[in-house]
Design a protein around this ligand. Structure first.
Ligand code: B1M
Length: 208
């Protein structure tokens, strides 16, 4: 059994080469797949915490996420072969009329890091596409991002359309102009001000 805390450290520090090598060594050394996954997720959790408290910024998160992604690329086939799949699926997108995707991508990466299956619909996403994706992927969670005050009504429209469609899914919203009050007003289940909080809120929503 290798010391997986070194792998967690490599993710925390965004050290891609070490993270990939240590994941490979853990796999060939026969470490428990859940333990390897937990080591990777712990690393991204720490990145999320430090981002939230402004100890690190977007570039560091992206670098850590890349290390996580490449380590996960090695682990995922083994998890699939062992029948271990993410427990929850999230559909994420930026609302119709809005092309901003940097924050949305960060949230998606953090969710992947937290072992969610993430279906990213991109930007300028219509309510119909969201509802179709929820049905197709049997999603537990929808994440909606908006960066413009002018696309906040589209976020409201998306939440209303999701509710009217009857799909049973939790909706989490975020983006620079979005507030907790606005989220409540439009009937969303949750709001997160940043990508790290989006992991905490998503976990609470799907567990509820
Ligand atoms: Co745009 N833009 N932009 N822009 N842009 C803003 C948002 C703006 C505030 C700039 C300004 O005027 N000061 C302003 C909006 C004003 C307003 O609505 N009140 C604005 C404008 C007006 C526009 C255009 C209309 C400009 C024009 O063409 N006249 C146009 C609109 C295009 C469109 O969408 N239809 C436009 C275009 C663009 C670019 C294409 C050039 C580019 C986007 C590139 C891209 O995303 N691929 C762009 C950019 C980069 C910005 C700024 C500079 C940066 C946004 C960003 O990526 N921030 C922005 C000004 C600013 O914010 N300083 C601005 C970094 C990112 C990590 O933060 O996205 O806030 P953010 O995400 C955070 C949280 O909000 C949260 O977590 C993230 C990480 O913590 N979060 C979520 C986000 N989504 C979440 C979802 C969640 C939970 C949390 O759950 C699902």
């Amino acid at each position: 059994m290798s010391d997986l805390s070194i792998l967690t450290e490599a993710i925390k520090n965004g050290n891609r080469a070490d993270a990939v090598r240590l994941t490979s060594e853990a796999l060939s050394g026969g470490d428990d797949l859940h333990a390897i996954l937990a080591a990777l997720v712990d690393g991204m959790d720490d990145v999320g915490r430090r981002f939230k408290s402004n100890e690190i910024f977007v570039p560091e998160v992206l670098i850590a996420a890349r290390a996580m992604k490449e380590s996960m690329a090695q682990l995922e086939p083994k998890l699939l072969a062992a029948g271990i799949r993410p427990e929850f699926t999230a559909v994420i997108g930026t609302v119709q009329g809005d092309l901003h995707d940097i924050g949305k991508n960060l949230v998606g990466m953090m969710w992947k890091g937290a072992n969610f299956n993430v279906v990213d619909l991109g930007t300028n996403v219509s309510p119909e596409r969201i509802i179709d994706a929820v049905r197709e992927h049997k999603a537990n969670l929808v994440g909606l991002s908006a960066l413009l005050t002018t696309t906040m009504p589209a976020m409201k429209g998306a939440v209303q359309a999701i509710r009217a469609s009857g799909v049973n899914v939790k909706v989490l919203v975020g983006g620079a102009p979005i507030t907790g009050d606005f989220a409540r007003e439009i009937g969303a289940d949750g709001f997160a001000p940043d990508a790290a909080s989006a992991v905490e809120v998503a976990r609470q929503l799907v567990a509820a």
